[in-house]
Design a protein around this ligand. Structure first.
Ligand code: CU
Ligand code: ZN
Length: 213
């Protein structure tokens, strides 16, 4: 037998088998589509809900930030801003005030975001969600609101920058959002109960959420 004839025979024997295989696939398109559509129906809501959950988790990538614009109480000229920025190991506090008498002034987060009273008494007591005694900002046991003192120069201007390890800007019981910053006439002695004997309230500002960046 010549070589080219044996090749043709082999080819003819293989071809019907290939047709048979192809026909069986093409014969029932609905039967093949059914499991695919079923799988899609099961997994599409699942994958889309996972995507939604990831989007919700990934959204606050910028650090949380809050601000209190403090206004003078009756008879005072103290005003300024205090910002709170969430960092890896706490909350960075930055304050800039003017109109103070030179020296140290008690500086706290009070429990209510209400500066409506002329003497700021509406802001309530020091923010103390953990039921601890009044103390210095670097104390282990202290009010969450205990930021210590802010010190004014001879012109009455004051700046403060420190990292706080007790307060939070998250949605938890140490969160200072919606509370207030109060500045006092006298220095906080960091030990007298319940408020460091720092005298009258000379400025008050509600802590609100600021634009993250
Ligand atoms: Cu205070
Ligand atoms: Zn306190």
């Amino acid at each position: 037998m010549p070589d080219h004839l044996s090749y043709e025979r082999e080819f003819d024997e293989i071809r019907p088998q290939q047709y048979g295989w192809n026909n069986s696939v093409r014969r029932s398109p609905c039967m093949n589509l059914f499991p695919i559509s079923l799988i899609t129906l099961i997994f599409l809501p699942l994958t889309s809900s996972i995507a939604l959950a990831q989007a919700t988790v990934e959204k606050p990538s910028a650090p949380l930030k809050a601000i209190a614009v403090v206004h003078p109480t009756e008879g005072s000229k103290v005003s300024g801003t205090v910002t709170f920025t969430e960092v890896a190991d706490g909350v960075q506090v930055h304050a800039e005030l003017t109109g103070l008498t030179p020296g140290k002034h008690g500086f706290h987060v009070h429990e209510f975001g209400d500066c409506s009273a002329a003497d700021a008494s509406s802001a309530g007591a020091h923010f103390n969600p953990t039921n601890q005694p009044h103390a210095a900002p670097d104390a282990t046991a202290r009010h969450v609101g205990d930021m210590g003192n802010i010190e004014a120069d001879t012109s009455g201007a004051a700046k403060l920058d420190y990292l706080d390890h007790h307060m939070s800007l998250a949605n938890d019981d140490r969160s200072i959002l919606g509370r207030s910053v109060v500045v006092h006439a006298k220095a906080d002695d960091l030990k007298s109960q319940p408020a460091g004997d720092s005298g009258a309230r000379v400025a008050c500002g509600v802590i609100g959420r600021a634009k993250s960046q």
